[in-house]
Design a binder for this molecule. Structure first.
Ligand code: GLU
Length: 425
């Protein structure tokens, strides 16, 4: 019997379930276990009422999905997006379960979202929204229960508001309730760069293994937010030729390579990469044009569902490293796998953020603070060893399938083993 739920028909949720089912059938995981794993342990929906600056009362909806806690407290970000849905939140929380298990950190998977376009809110309105959302989910979170962090359109300032709101409710400084806090509140400056840094490490390791190295390889980065901008910066510094980047304003492309430091300045000053004017830059107003460019490597680092059945055949890159969560649909992955395009999956490639979150959280709880250098060196070690573990597993056992299967094999196995040991299944 299949349970009918409010997230069932969501396309992003269906993508996450399809990936789970595909891996389960290759790994020989029975249907009843898949049925357990495809539902979150808990999904809460909250109402957030904000008094706008113009006096209007606005109602928003938010969720927190707690997918699995067999390996530890739930962990995962909170996003602000006008496209957020319950189904997308559940899917993202499921991906966090696999990501955290694969990274070997002591967490389960969770994710939160508020359905809002944050660009339409003033700083004061954003603070009210953030505090009220966190107060509404305050009974569900906690340093040993569920530890949120940033995701799309949330940042260290948002975490400072969450931390303060929660600490006010419980009556003490609960450092460990959120991660990616500002350094003044127990965060690590290195957390800001860590997801992009980890993605760049993944590109470097994969390029070393399958493209003969990173030097001079052409790269296109989709999305120039927290993940894409730092991934582009490190790849540029490490000798790759970053020829294209994009944001919602469009794509900038220069076959001779972009000056990423200049792009960062332009983005910071004007909010749009298309205002970059150096060299022979070409501008495309549709950000999806990036996927068809003649490059060696593509890093999708924005949102889910951008590499699809429609554009997979036009992709010329030989390597895709997923900075975003869920950027490639299963149909697109099948097409690309047949064309011998290697996809380093999101749950491996973009784990740098949550690994750094774990470093921050464990130090918060010990009451001691690491330096940035120590934290980045640790991240480097953990990520490189995880990449090699998955690359080896893939080459040894699953080379006829996309690399994602090898990553799922390790992650799902760890979660299922923990559930069995605990007597849950
Ligand atoms: N939102 C990030 C992710 O998708 C980070 C989560 C965390 O640090 O808890 O991995």
């Amino acid at each position: 019997m299949s349970i009918s739920t409010l997230y069932e028909n969501d396309p992003v949720y269906q993508q996450a379930v399809q990936q789970l089912k595909q891996s389960a059938s290759i790994l020989g995981l029975p249907d009843d276990i898949v049925e357990v794993l495809r539902h979150p342990e808990k999904l809460v929906q909250v109402k957030i009422v904000v008094k706008r600056d113009n006096g209007r009362i606005e109602t928003y909806i938010g969720w927190r999905s707690q997918h699995n806690s067999a390996l530890g407290p739930y962990k995962g970000g909170i996003r602000y997006s006008e496209n957020a849905t319950a189904g997308e939140t559940v899917a993202l929380s499921m991906w966090m379960t696999w990501k955290n298990a694969l990274a070997g950190i002591p967490y389960g998977g969770g994710k939160g979202a508020v359905r809002v376009n944050p660009k339409n809110l003033s700083q004061r309105e954003l603070e009210e929204l953030s505090r009220k959302y966190f107060a509404a989910i305050s009974k569900e979170v906690g340093p040993d229960v569920d530890i949120p962090a940033p995701d799309v359109y949330t940042n260290p300032q948002t975490m400072a508001w969450y931390f303060d709101e929660y600490s006010r409710i419980v009556g003490y400084n609960a450092w460990g309730v959120v991660t990616a806090k500002p350094p003044e509140l127990g965060g690590l400056t290195a957390r800001t760069v860590s997801t992009g840094y980890g993605v760049a490490l993944g590109v470097r390791e994969a390029a070393k293994k399958w493209l003969g190295g990173l030097q001079g390889k052409t790269v296109a980065v989709h999305g120039f937010g927290n993940v894409g901008s730092y991934a582009a910066k490190y790849l540029y510094e490490w000798g790759a030729t970053v020829v294209a980047v994009s944001d919602t304003s469009g794509v900038i492309y220069d076959p001779k390579g972009l000056d990423i430091n200049e792009v960062l300045k332009v983005k910071e000053a004007t909010g749009k990469v298309v205002n970059y004017k150096k060299g022979d830059v070409k501008v495309y107003t549709n950000d999806r044009a990036l996927f068809e460019l003649p490059v060696d490597i593509i890093v999708p680092a924005a949102v889910e569902n951008v590499i699809t059945r429609e554009n997979a055949n036009s992709i010329k890159a030989k390597l895709i490293v997923e900075g975003a969560n869920g950027p490639t649909t299963p149909e697109a992955e099948e097409i690309l796998h047949k064309k011998d395009v290697i996809i380093v999956p999101d749950i491996l490639a973009n784990a740098g953020g949550v690994v750094m979150s774990w470093i921050e959280w464990s130090h918060n709880r010990m009451g001691c603070w690491l330096t940035d250098e120590e934290a980045l060196a640790r991240l480097d070690k953990i990520m490189s060893s995880n990449f090699n573990k998955v690359f080896d597993e893939w080459e040894k056992k699953y080379r006829n399938y996309p690399m994602r299967i090898a990553a799922y094999a390790i992650a799902v196995d760890r979660v299922v083993k923990a559930m069995k040991l605990r007597g849950w299944i």
